[in-house]
Write a protein that binds this ligand. Structure first.
Ligand code: OXD
Ligand code: MN
Length: 599
C-alpha cells in the first residue's frame, strides 16, 4: 500500500496510460532481486555464470541496437529552447508529452509494471533525493537494486508528503496475449526512443531503450540532468565526477573530485592503487558527485549512487584490480563474451580468450579469426560499491567528504600538458569549460576518434543552458572564501609523441600526479608560473621507481606547447561562440587574458 497520496495518484495515472497486466511495488529485498533474475533467466534474457568463479553473477545480452546512451534521442524539454541551450536537444514539452503519451498508451500490455522507490544518496541524508521509477523491465529493477538504495525504507522516509522525482520508463515492447520475449531483449526502434527530461516539473520520461543511462533513470537522468537544475536553483553542484580519498605516508588525508568525459578512465582513477610508496587511494564514487557547502564553508561531496556501472573492456587485474575484485560476485554483466566454462571475457581483460567463446551477439567467436570484438566496447558490469576492496570508510557518510581539489581532463594526444593548476577559481572554471576529449564508445551516436568539446564532462548531462551552468560555477566561487574552495587542476594522462606513442604510463602511476596535487593543496609542491597556469617543475613529480619515463619525456609532458595553445584559442573561441550572451563575462576575460599571455 502506498500511503503517499501524490505518489499513489501518479502510479494510477501511469498505469491507466500503459495498462500493465499487474503492478508490483518494489520492497528492495534480496528475494525481490532474486525474483527479477529468475524471471529474466526463465525468459532466456540472462545466463547464470560459473557459480564457483562468479557466484550470483549473470550475463545479459542486449539488442544490437540498444547498447549505449542515445544522445540524439535525449531531450531537455524546458519551457523554451533557449533555457535548454545550444548543447541540448529540445522539443516543446507539450508536444513531446503528446508524442510520448501516444507511445506509452498500452505499452506495458502483457507485462508487469514495477514501481521502484529509490534514494540517490544514503537513505535519509539531507543531501539525498528520492526518485520513483516505474518500469516494465526486470533487468532495470535488478540494476537499480545495485546502483541505488531501493524499496520500503525509501517509502518510509518519503512518508505521506515527501518530495519525489517521478521517473517513467518503458522498454516500449508490449506483448500480445500468450507472447513472450523468447530470449530477445525488448526495446523499440531508434526513431521511437525518447529519453526526456522536463526540468520545470522535475520529471523524467524514458521510452524504448532498456540500456544503462537510458533506462536506469537514477543515474544520468536524475543525478545529473535533473539534479543540475535543482543544484542551480538551490546553490549546490551536481557533477559528472569521481570522488577519491588520498592519504600520504604521514596519514594525512584529502578528498579529490574529478570530471572526465565518459570512458576516460574515471573508474580506474577512482580505484587507483598508487605506485608511489606509502600512499593510499580509497574510492567514494566513480561517476557522480553531489556537493554542498558545509557549515565550515568547504564543499562536501556525496556519491549519490550505491554501485558501479563500469565499462568492462580494458578492465583487468593490471589496469584496475579493485574493480575486478568488486565484480567477482553479485554482479550483472551486459554484452561481455561468455567462455566455455561460463566465465566472462572481454578485450583488454589481460589474457587471451580461452578457446571458443560466445560473443556479445550470441555467436561463436575465436580470437584472431574475427575483426569484430567479442565484447561490445561499451559492455558493462553492474557491481555493488561496497564490494570494492578500496571503498572509502566514509563513502556512505550522509554529511559527505570535504573536497580539497577538482581535476578536469580528457583524452588529449597533444597540446595539453600532464598537469597544470589554475591561477584562481575563475581560471579553474575556464579550464572546466574547455575540457575536450577524443571520443570513444560510451554514446552510440558520436563518431569515435574525433575530439569533442565536453565542458566539465557535462556535455550530455547538463539539464539547462551550458552558459548559465558556467555562470553557476562562477557564482559558487563567490559563496565562500577562496582558501576554502577546492584548488583546480587540469590533467592529461593521454599525451602521445608525434609518432603516436604514449608519453605517460597512466593507471597507478597517475598517483605521482595526485601526490603533486596533494602537495599543492598544502601550499607545497614545486611549481612554475606559465602562460597557461602553474606547472610542476620536472623534478616536482616524484619519479622514484618509474623507469619508463625519461627526463626528456617528462620535459615534453610539462612544457607549454605555445603553438598548440594558440591553435586551441581559436577552437575555444568557436566553442564559446555557441553560448552567445549566456557566456559569462568572467570566462571571456579569462580567454582574453590567456591569449595575451601566449602572444
Ligand atoms: C557513463 C557515461 O555510463 O558517462 O557513466 O556514459
Ligand atoms: Mn559517466
Amino acid at each position: 500500500m502506498v500511503k503517499h497520496k501524490k505518489l499513489a495518484q501518479w502510479i494510477d495515472e501511469m498505469a491507466a496510460m500503459v495498462t500493465p497486466d499487474s503492478t508490483h511495488i518494489c520492497d528492495g529485498s534480496q528475494k525481490e532481486y532474486d525474483d527479477m533474475i529468475r524471471i529474466t533467466v526463465k525468459e532466456g534474457l540472462a545466463t547464470e555464470l560459473n557459480k564457483q568463479k562468479l557466484p550470483n553473477c549473470y550475463l545479459f545480452r542486449s539488442d544490437p541496437s540498444d547498447v549505449a546512451r542515445v544522445e540524439n534521442r535525449t531531450y531537455i524539454a524546458s519551457k523554451t529552447k533557449e533555457q535548454a541551450g545550444p548543447t541540448n536537444n529540445w522539443i516543446d514539452p507539450d508536444e513531446l508529452k503528446k508524442t510520448m503519451k501516444g507511445l506509452y498508451k498500452g505499452c506495458m500490455k502483457g507485462r508487469t509494471m514495477y514501481v521502484i522507490p529509490f534514494s540517490m544518496g544514503p537513505v535519509g541524508s539531507p543531501i539525498s533525493k528520492i526518485g520513483v521509477e516505474i518500469t516494465d523491465s526486470p533487468y532495470v529493477v535488478a540494476n537499480m537494486h545495485i546502483m541505488t538504495r531501493v524499496g520500503t525504507k525509501v517509502l518510509e522516509v518519503l512518508g505521506e508528503t515527501g518530495e519525489f522525482i517521478p521517473c517513467m520508463h518503458s522498454v516500449g515492447k508490449p506483448l500480445e496475449k500468450g507472447e513472450t520475449d523468447g530470449g530477445k531483449w525488448p526495446c523499440a526502434p531508434l526513431d521511437k526512443k525518447y529519453i526526456s527530461h522536463f526540468p520545470e516539473e522535475r520529471t523524467i520520461w524514458s521510452y524504448g531503450s532498456g540500456y544503462g543511462g537510458n533506462a536506469l533513470l537514477g543515474k544520468k537522468c536524475l543525478a545529473l540532468r535533473i539534479a543540475t537544475v535543482m543544484a542551480r536553483d538551490e546553490g549546490w553542484l551536481a557533477e559528472h565526477m569521481l570522488i577519491l580519498g588520498i592519504t600520504n605516508p604521514k596519514g594525512e588525508k584529502k578528498y579529490i573530485a574529478g570530471a572526465f568525459p565518459s570512458a576516460c578512465g574515471k573508474t580506474n582513477l577512482a580505484m587507483l592503487i598508487p605506485t608511489v610508496p606509502g600512499w593510499k587511494v580509497e574510492t567514494v564514487g566513480d561517476d557522480i558527485a553531489w556537493m554542498k557547502f558545509g557549515k565550515d564553508g568547504r564543499l562536501y561531496a556525496i556519491n549519490p549512487e550505491a554501485g558501479f556501472f563500469g565499462v568492462a573492456p580494458g578492465t583487468s587485474m593490471q589496469s584496475n584490480p579493485n574493480a575486478m575484485k568488486a565484480m567477482n560476485r553479485n554482479t550483472i554483466f551486459t554484452n561481455v563474451a561468455l567462455t566455455g566454462d561460463k566465465d566472462v571475457w572481454w578485450e583488454g581483460i589481460g589474457y587471451d580468450a580461452p578457446g571458443k567463446v560466445i560473443d556479445w551477439n550470441g555467436n561463436e567467436w575465436e580470437q584472431g579469426k574475427s575483426d569484430k570484438p567479442a565484447a561490445h566496447p561499451n559492455a558493462r558490469f553492474t557491481a555493488p560499491a561496497k564490494q570494492c576492496p578500496a571503498v572509502d570508510p566514509a563513502w556512505e557518510d550522509p554529511a559527505g567528504v570535504p573536497i580539497s581539489a577538482f581535476l578536469f581532463g580528457g583524452r588529449r594526444p597533444s597540446t595539453v600538458p600532464l598537469v597544470h593548476q589554475s591561477f584562481s577559481w575563475n581560471h579553474g572554471v575556464f579550464l572546466g569549460s574547455i575540457v575536450g576529449s577524443e571520443v570513444t564508445a560510451a554514446a552510440l551516436d558520436v563518431k569515435a576518434g574525433t575530439v569533442r568539446r565536453d565542458p566539465f564532462a557535462m556535455l550530455p548531462f547538463c539539464g539547462y543552458h551550458m552558459g548559465d551552468y558556467f555562470k553557476h560555477w562562477i557564482n559558487i566561487g563567490s559563496k565562500t572564501s577562496s582558501d576554502k574552495l577546492p584548488k583546480i587542476f587540469y590533467v592529461n594522462w593521454f599525451r602521445k609523441t608525434a609518432d603516436g606513442k604514449w608519453l605517460w604510463p597512466g593507471y597507478g602511476e597517475n598517483s605521482r600526479v595526485l601526490k603533486w596535487v596533494f602537495e599543492r593543496c598544502n601550499g607545497e609542491g614545486k611549481a612554475v608560473e606559465t602562460e597557461i597556469g602553474f606547472m610542476p617543475t620536472v623534478d616536482a613529480i616524484d619519479r622514484t621507481g618509474l623507469s619508463d619515463v625519461s627526463e626528456q619525456d617528462m620535459k615534453e609532458l610539462l612544457t607549454v606547447d605555445r603553438k598548440g595553445w594558440l591553435a586551441e584559442i581559436d577552437l575555444i573561441k568557436q566553442h564559446y561562440a555557441n553560448f552567445g550572451d549566456h557566456l559569462p563575462s568572467e570566462l571571456k576575460a579569462e580567454l582574453e587574458a590567456l591569449e595575451k599571455r601566449l602572444k
